[in-house]
Write a protein that binds this ligand. Structure first.
Ligand SMILES: C[S@@+](CC[C@H](N)C(=O)[O-])C[C@H]1O[C@@H](n2cnc3c(N)ncnc32)[C@H](O)[C@@H]1O
Length: 287
């Protein structure tokens, strides 16, 4: 249906179809109170497809031919708010717990891996990289990588470019701005992440509810401010999967309002605000 304003209007039934699809595709839970937000975020998809009504859009996006549109729809519905050095106490915890191990691994040529799961525009993995490289510069020449993944292809493309406006760089310590970013030649104030950072951080599109192709254990997983968009049963599906991917003694960090209800049931022990140590053996061997 079209509103007198000429804009497409979404009714409850159309909202429910779209919300059910978003849930089954991405785990994101959309409640009816979000209808106006969903309507406004998807209007540009209707315009892009020259579709007049949400009824036709819902038919299209749920059909077999709608496979590409489902990706755009999820991208439009994700909330990508992030910032550099958000909840920075986790970076200190990471270094306090694991830097000695990392130094030993550098010495013996072993792999060091961190995963930023739900990395949005890249501020989180670049912050982890800056923090670790500033404390241990020899990581740059070691077998050290940060995998950064997100379901939203637009944020992955942005993060790969690694170019941020001054407002987005708020939170980056001055010394890191000079040490790890360069002024962008074209525009006033924008800065680009250095090649040193870009070599360490690899970005990939990945839905957390698809198969995970990574065949090695992580030393730490950051999955912060992501599961807040999922309901409890959906969150519970993730904990055992994260648990199998973290080395014993490794760390899982969640966002400030996120919790594992029963950490012990998944081989975790709480070790600080929204931080968990993996206590049980990993699914993968330790190399
Ligand atoms: C609010 S941002 C959090 C960014 C960063 N971790 C932080 O704390 O600043 C949430 C991110 O989770 C991603 N996301 C939501 N559902 C996802 C899923 N099923 N698989 C992978 N990423 C997902 C969104 O695209 C979004 O970029």
């Amino acid at each position: 249906m079209r509103h007198p304003s000429g804009q497409a209007h979404m009714n409850d039934q159309q909202f429910d179809r779209i919300a059910a699809l978003a849930y089954s595709e991405s785990g994101i839970r959309l409640v009816r109170e979000k209808k106006l937000m969903v309507q406004s975020r998807l209007r540009h998809r209707l315009r892009a497809l020259s579709i007049d009504t949400f009824s036709i859009y819902a038919d299209h996006v749920t059909s077999t031919q709608g496979i590409d549109e489902r990706r755009y729809m999820i991208s439009a519905l994700t909330t990508n708010v992030s910032q550099f050095f958000r909840e920075a106490q986790h970076f200190d915890m990471l270094c306090d717990a694991l830097l000695p191990t990392f130094r030993e691994r550098i010495r013996t040529g072993q792999r060091i891996r961190i995963w930023s799961a739900g990395c949005s525009n890249g501020q989180e993995p670049y912050s982890v990289a800056m923090h670790l490289l500033s404390l241990e510069p020899s990581l740059a020449d070691a077998d050290f990588r940060i995998l950064a993944t997100d379901i939203d292809p637009n944020v992955i493309a942005f993060a790969q470019q690694g170019k941020y406006a001054p407002a987005q760089l708020k939170g980056v310590p001055k010394s890191h701005l000079h040490g790890f970013t360069m002024a962008h030649p074209d525009d006033g104030g924008d800065r680009v992440m250095s090649e040193r950072l870009k070599t360490v951080v690899s970005f990939r599109e990945l839905n957390l509810f698809d198969d995970w192709p990574m065949q090695f254990p992580f030393d730490a997983i950051f999955c912060r401010n992501v599961v807040i968009y999922f309901d409890q049963p959906t969150q519970e599906r993730l904990w055992p999967r994260f648990s199998t991917r973290i080395r014993p003694g490794g760390l899982l960090f969640l966002g400030h309002s996120e919790r594992i209800a029963e950490p012990g049931a998944h081989g975790f022990r709480s070790c600080g605000p929204t931080a968990y140590t993996k206590t049980a053996p990993s699914h993968f061997n330790s190399r």
